[in-house]
Design a protein around this ligand. Structure first.
Ligand SMILES: Cc1cc2nc3c(=O)[nH]c(=O)nc-3n(C[C@H](O)[C@H](O)[C@H](O)COP(=O)(O)OP(=O)(O)OC[C@H]3O[C@@H](n4cnc5c(N)ncnc54)[C@H](O)[C@@H]3O)c2cc1C
Length: 252
């Protein structure tokens, strides 16, 4: 049983590093004294308070591998006119302190103790909690099969591209499929369309080995993909979903 979110204390986190992942995505590393550790897939609430007392609060998935330790990574996509993502991208610098609380979530989580294979489907920034799962899987040297299907608008918007390639090259590495929805570059060897039932079937995302399924991304993307997976025979109870964006947003 998870503690109610309101009872989780706010902690002061210090920015210790910031790096660009793509032109519109940054990863911020925070040092959080008293951080209790987290599971892959969990998120934090982040709270910004202005001098006049105005408060803005948003959720961000934890990108770093599950486990103990006082450092966590958050990866933030800059949303046009976004209040909090805009602040985090344009104002936050190393040494700044912000408030966050967590870890939050007991449903969209994975631990290496889970025995089944993994099937991960990401749209855009929805890769963030799935990257935590893959990082956790790699550090545990899990041999259970894992597949990732990752949809991006174009090749420049692929987050963690080099690290994903490295994880795919490991022994028992993740089987990685990218799809680009708006203009693949010359020589592109991945998929070239939005994720649909035909692609899921062709890419061996069938339920034969009863994998644990995690789908994350914009709301419309998650609903479309999860619907296809259940229609293909995946048990609805095994298809875990996390929605990032506002209702009605287009698929990546
Ligand atoms: C559990 C959970 C985990 C999340 N994890 C991450 C994460 O790891 N990385 C990450 O970048 N985001 C993540 N998000 C989304 C994040 O919480 C914010 O919604 C996002 O950063 C936008 O906030 P903002 O204040 O910048 O935009 P706002 O000021 O709230 O919104 C500005 C405009 O953008 C639209 N908008 C709001 N959110 C989105 C969105 N996600 N995509 C597109 N348009 C949007 C609004 O409708 C509005 O028109 C997560 C959300 C949830 C619920």
């Amino acid at each position: 049983m998870n503690a109610p979110v309101a009872s989780i204390p706010w902690l002061v986190a210090t920015v210790v590093a910031i790096r660009s992942e793509t032109a519109s995505v940054k990863t911020m590393t925070f040092d959080v004294p008293c951080w209790p550790g987290h599971l892959a897939g969990q998120h934090v609430d982040l709270r910004l308070t202005a001098e006049d007392g105005y408060v803005a609060q948003r959720s961000y998935s934890i990108a770093s591998a599950g486990g103990l330790g006082s450092r966590i990574d958050l990866t933030v996509d800059l949303v046009a006119d976004g209040e909090v993502s805009g602040f985090l991208h344009e104002e936050l610098t190393v040494g700044d302190r912000i408030e966050l609380r967590g870890p939050i979530g007991g449903y969209f989580v994975w631990s290496p103790r889970q025995d089944n294979g993994l099937l991960l489907v990401a749209g855009g920034a929805g890769i963030v909690p799935l990257m935590s799962i893959l990082r956790t899987r790699a550090s545990a040297k899990s041999k259970r099969p894992a597949r990732l299907l990752y949809s991006s608008r174009n090749a420049d918007r692929i987050i963690y591209g080099d690290e994903l390639d490295a994880l795919a090259a490991l022994p028992n590495g993740v089987v990685l499929t990218h799809t680009i929805t708006r203009g693949a570059p010359p020589g592109w060897r991945g998929e070239r369309s939005r994720i649909g039932r035909v692609m899921l079937t062709r890419r061996e995302f069938m339920p034969a080995d009863d994998p644990d399924v995690f789908v994350c991304g914009p709301t419309a993307f998650v609903e479309t993909v999860a619907g296809h997976l259940v229609a293909m025979g995946h048990a609805a109870s095994k298809v875990r979903t996390e929605r990032f964006g506002p209702t009605g947003e287009q698929q990546e």
